[in-house]
Design a binder for this molecule. Structure first.
Ligand code: ZN
Length: 468
């Protein structure tokens, strides 16, 4: 039987407002522990929350970018549960009247678009951060001590819940990259998984291909990179298929994926909404976003990344287009002259590989360098790429270099490389074609990178092919 994975996501995005959601504490990452706290976010008795207007505006803006309906009236609710990182004993969240509902994000994929429904996007406050010391990989199991950093407690957090419209780990990865880039371009979050300002949980189930009914899902918690999300989903999909194929049943569970070992371990049985005893937050009034606010946010939307991927895919192919847009490098691509695929390749491979920030590059100078790359020494090109981000970078000294391309100068070097590598030469002649690349590399190395690789390739091939 063929099994179809069914995946829905819950994504948390920390908003980069100046202050927290319900108090005036600074919203900042990486400062000394417990230095950004006050009676409100530490839940001292009698302290009252005041909502952050900017956070409401930005959630509306995100909702519009996700094609959601913006609610006329929004209530905050208390979501009750106990945990040391939650001093109030409840989180202020939204429940049955969220700010944004019923949207979609259309994700370009090589074999066509996928429309991923957005159930809701609501605004809440983040919990504080618990740090476990002494256990493996920061987990509570086996830890000697647990510490709480309340700086994170109360930071505005948007929770985005998707429909179960994703059917592979690769689709999930594309969706997340696109959503992340959308959020970054809206300037509402830095959305960095390593910092925890973008977090993702996945609800995973499988069903026989063609069967419309959904089976029991499990939840994979807090995976902290796109690669781990994909690997975690693949592992859980195989686990569920094994359970069904050996006659068992998948139970509702929350699971932790350990990227080191690739294993899944249960955290707890999954809570239901009624476990949280939601009730309206009595200290806050309902929020009623005005039409003026909604239209002002709509006016701030620019062409979204999904549309740009589709547009660029026609020029440079899907993979490069997706890479350029989701890494924020497509603006530079648009300004650099030259053959489109070549420009895209240089930006995505060489420039990204050298970690050159795209907005530090002068497009004119990069255009000149790319135009010359076929005729200048590889070493000059590579060195220039490393320096393209320098404020006074000029391509001129690099593009005026000539590569060593005449057969007479190269002949003795090629002879020497053949003499020094008898076993590789023999293996190449015996059919190991791939070794030609190794030999070309040796010649280029012997010329300190100045030999023209195409010419060397041609000369070596000629030299090593038996006559007749
Ligand atoms: Zn505070």
């Amino acid at each position: 039987m063929t099994w179809q994975p069914v995946i829905g996501l819950e994504i948390h995005v920390q908003l980069k407002t100046q202050t927290k959601m319900f108090c005036r504490c600074e919203n900042i990452w990486g400062e000394g522990e417990n230095t950004r706290t006050c009676p409100v976010c530490l839940a001292h008795p009698g302290a009252l929350p005041v909502p952050n207007g900017r956070a409401v505006e930005w959630t509306v803006k995100l909702g519009l970018a996700l094609d959601c309906q913006i609610a006329d009236r929004v209530l905050f609710h208390r979501k009750n549960y106990f945990y040391p990182d939650l001093p109030k004993g409840y989180q202020i969240s939204q429940y049955d009247q969220p700010l944004c509902v019923g949207g979609a994000l259309t994700v370009p994929r090589p074999d066509g678009d996928i429309r991923v429904g957005i159930v809701r996007a609501h605004l809440e406050e983040d919990a504080a951060k618990t740090v476990h010391v002494g256990g493996e990989a920061g987990r509570i199991h086996g830890a000697d001590t647990s510490l709480v950093d309340f700086n994170r407690g109360g930071i505005p957090l948007v929770e985005i819940v998707t429909e179960p419209d994703l059917h592979s780990a690769a689709d999930v990865k594309s969706f997340l990259q696109l959503l992340r880039q959308t959020v970054v371009e809206l300037s509402i979050s830095d959305a960095e998984m390593e910092k925890g300002s973008l977090r993702c949980d996945a609800n995973v189930s499988v069903r026989p291909e063609g069967d419309p009914a959904l089976r029991t899902k499990t939840e994979l918690k807090n995976m902290n990179s796109f690669a781990f999300v994909a690997r975690g989903i693949d592992a859980e999909v195989s686990r569920q298929i094994d359970v069904y194929e050996s006659g068992g049943e998948v139970g509702p569970q929350t699971l932790h994926f350990d990227p080191q070992s690739g294993s899944l371990s249960p955290l707890r049985t999954k809570e239901e909404a009624h476990d949280y005893r939601y009730f309206p937050e009595p200290d806050l009034l309902a929020i009623e976003p005005s039409e003026e606010l909604v239209e002002r946010m709509r006016a701030e939307l620019v062409e979204l990344p999904g549309a740009r991927i589709r547009r660029l895919a026609d020029e440079v192919g899907f993979e490069l287009a997706e890479g350029l847009v989701t890494s924020g490098r497509d603006a530079l691509y648009g300004e650099v002259a030259g053959d489109r695929r070549g420009v895209a390749n240089v930006i995505m491979n060489q420039l990204a590989g050298a970690s050159v920030p795209p907005d530090s590059v002068n497009p004119k100078e990069l255009s000149a360098l790319i135009a010359a790359r076929e005729r200048i020494p590889r070493s000059a090109f590579d060195e220039a790429i490393q320096k393209t981000g320098d404020p006074d970078f000029s391509a001129e000294p690099y593009v005026s270099q000539e590569s060593l391309a005449d057969a007479d100068s190269l002949a003795p070097i090629i002879e020497a490389v053949i003499a020094d590598n008898p076993s590789q030469v023999e293996a190449y002649r015996g059919g190991k074609e791939g070794l030609l690349g190794y030999l070309v590399g040796q010649v280029i190395k012997a010329t300190q990178g100045s030999a023209d690789p195409r010419v060397v390739n041609h000369l070596l091939r000629e030299k090593l092919t038996p006559l007749g």
